[in-house]
Structures are given as C-alpha cells and as structure tokens.
Design a protein around this ligand. Sequence first.
Ligand code: FAD
Length: 380
Amino acid sequence: MNTHFDAIIIGGGILGVSTAYELAKAGLKKICVIERRYLASGSTGRCGGGFRQQWSTEANTRLAMASVKRFGELEAELGYKTEFFQGGYLILAHNDEEVAQFRKNVEMQRSLGLDVKMVLPSEAKEIVPFLDEGKMKFATWCPTDGHINPFLLTQAYANAARRLGVEIHLWTNVGSLMKKSNTFFVMTNKEVYETGMLFNCAGSFSRSIGEMLNVEIPVDPYRHEILVTEPVEKLWNPMVISFGVGLYCRQEKNGGLVMGMGDPNEPVGTYVGSSMHFMFEMSRRFTTLFPKLDSLRIVRQWAGLYEMTADAQPILGPVDEIENFYQASGFSGHGLMLAPAVSRLQAELVTTGKTSMPIDDLHVRRFRGQKAIHREKSVV
Ligand SMILES: Cc1cc2nc3c(=O)[nH]c(=O)nc-3n(C[C@H](O)[C@H](O)[C@H](O)COP(=O)(O)OP(=O)(O)OC[C@H]3O[C@@H](n4cnc5c(N)ncnc54)[C@H](O)[C@@H]3O)c2cc1C
C-alpha cells in the first residue's frame, strides 16, 4: 500500500473531504484522507444540516456568504444531489437587548451585501404560521439561508475527490505524529504514513492531534443533543432560531421536525449519549414558541459534539510552531455550513500562498496574545 503522500488530511468529516476535493481540484497530487471510523461518523453525521449567513462577526458572515454561493454550485459540480434547500432562517428577538444587537448584525450583514432584514412579529408569523408571535419583539429574516443533507454532502465531496485521485483510508486511527526535517510521520493502527503537508480536520479531537506535535489547538468538545419528530404535513420552510429560548428547529423533506438546543450546564467532554432531561427540556422550549404543536411525537434523539473555541469562531490556516501544519477546526457548532468556503481557502493558501478572503483573524495565535477576544454572539 502506498503510504507516501504530498498531503494528508486527518478526519473524514465534512472538513476533511471538502479540503481533499479542493486540494485535488487545485492541482495537488497524491492526497490521502485518514479517518478512524467511517465518513461522517463524527459531528458531521450528527448535525442539524442548517446553513445561515446571519452572524454577529464579519469573519463568520463573509465565510458563510461564500459558502452559500458555493452550495449553489456544488450539486452540478460534484454530480450528486445534496437536498440543498434555501428555505431561509428566521431568528427571533425576545427583548430590547436582542433587538439592539440584531439591528447591529443586520446593518453589518447588509453592508457585506446580504439580503436580510428585520421583520415584525406579524410578518414572522406569516413566514412561520405556528409561531406564537406574542413571545417575540422582532425577528431577522434571510431568505437565502437554508439547509442541506450532511451525509449526502459528505458523500458528494468524497466521491468527487476519489475521482480526482484522492485516497480515503477508513478505520485508520492516527495514534501519534512526528516531524523530521520536512517530513511528517503519521503513525496509525495500520501503517506509518509520510507526507510534507498535514491538515488537522479532526473536529472535536483537533486538540489531541495538535498535542501530538506539541502545538496547542484550543478546541474543546461539548455534547449537543438533537431530536426528530414524526413526519407531519408541510408546516413551514425556514430554520427558526431563538438564542433567548435557546433552540433551533426546521422541517425535514419527509416532514419530520429536527430540533436542538444549547445547554450551558453541559461539561467539556466527548460523551455523546442521550438524556431524558434533553427530551423534556427541548419539548418545553419548543412548545413555548409553538404551543399549538404540542401533540407532535418524538421518534428519535441523538447527540454529537460542538467543537468550541473561546470566541466561538473557527481556527484556520497554518501554525507558527510547525511549518506546513494546517488547521480547520473549532467551528463551534457551524462547520457544515462553513466547509465549502473554508476548504477552498485552504486550497488557495497552500497552492498560491494567499487567500481570496482574509483569514488572518482566525489564526490560532489570536488565543496566545493579550488581544481582547470578540466572541461570536449568534450561537445556540
Ligand atoms: C447536534 C449538532 C447539530 C449541529 N448543527 C449544525 C448545523 O445545523 N449546521 C452546521 O453548519 N453545523 C452544525 N453542527 C456542527 C457541525 O456538525 C460541525 O461543525 C462539523 O460537522 C465539523 O466537521 P468536521 O469535519 O470538522 O468534524 P467531524 O465531522 O467531527 O469530523 C472529524 C473526523 O475526524 C476523525 N478523527 C478524530 N480523531 C482522529 C484520529 N486520531 N485519527 C483519525 N481520525 C480521527 C473523527 O472520527 C471524525 O470523523 C452541529 C453539530 C451538532 C453536534
């Protein structure tokens, strides 16, 4: 088996396969993705599938806008259906503080060219009919946000990457790493691989990959639970988000409602079991906003990991300590929607030495200095 590659990518989630595809498309040869289980077995296969461009930081908004543009091209380019659907995102503001913050967000987003606006509760109810509009003060509405099937998107990128010659080695666990002169040695449960360029796309486990080379990648895993209800008739198109109540919810193509919530009491850890607490609390929060939908039945719940950074923004690009060791992690619960842009930027960076969009502010060194951290506020 060939174990010498020009580039090795650790992780077979959406970041790993999209990066492999973009690198191959940019002309790099001999690329390998190493995944310890199967494709999308990490957070990617457990996520809510939403994509939105409504953020409080400029960096996230720019990345998300570039990704949505890319989503629109991908089905044709990759030759695979992904259930890409632009049904919009409706984000609810419940108090004056949120209204003020949302106004700022919308102003910044519009200055970047996004079609987004503030809407009154009555308008929000027209978009999402079952909403209790008495529970909100305003909402923001972006019709080009939406959702996509994470399994299909992963498969689409992986198949296209394979067609360009990328190798994907599954059930291969990276146990340790070493760099000698210009070569990385990647020790796995199967073979020792060698490469000149290494990508850390290990999601919630990126910190442990960094540690193997004595580089601190400050990404911590937090369990995030999610459920799906029985299929019902079409209720609405958008993803609905409330940071105040702490939930997101959308309807699947087959009619089931997918919903999840943030839990500030969740400790750092990699446990992904399900809890009764979540089922009851999620139901309570959902029926607070949608009281008329209180008889929906839950059919399944599961959990995955949010890969959090201190400012809830990703860590991208090289590191100062080791040359040719690139990071794409710390997406803080939003990696599916940012992957199309990020993977392309990574390919630009390593093939041309520059990126078409600034990513310096997302370098890991921002956590090492004395600089104030600007936290992304729009996170459930
Ligand atoms: C409940 C939930 C809902 C979410 N909803 C959304 C959403 O609506 N929209 C959105 O954009 N994002 C959402 N996310 C976040 C999104 O799932 C992640 O940000 C994204 O999947 C990250 O992709 P990744 O490829 O970086 O990581 P992962 O998908 O976790 O992939 C990393 C891979 O690395 C592998 N790996 C780790 N260590 C090793 C090793 N030592 N050797 C070999 N392989 C290794 C793992 O097995 C894994 O497959 C959600 C997440 C959760 C948990």
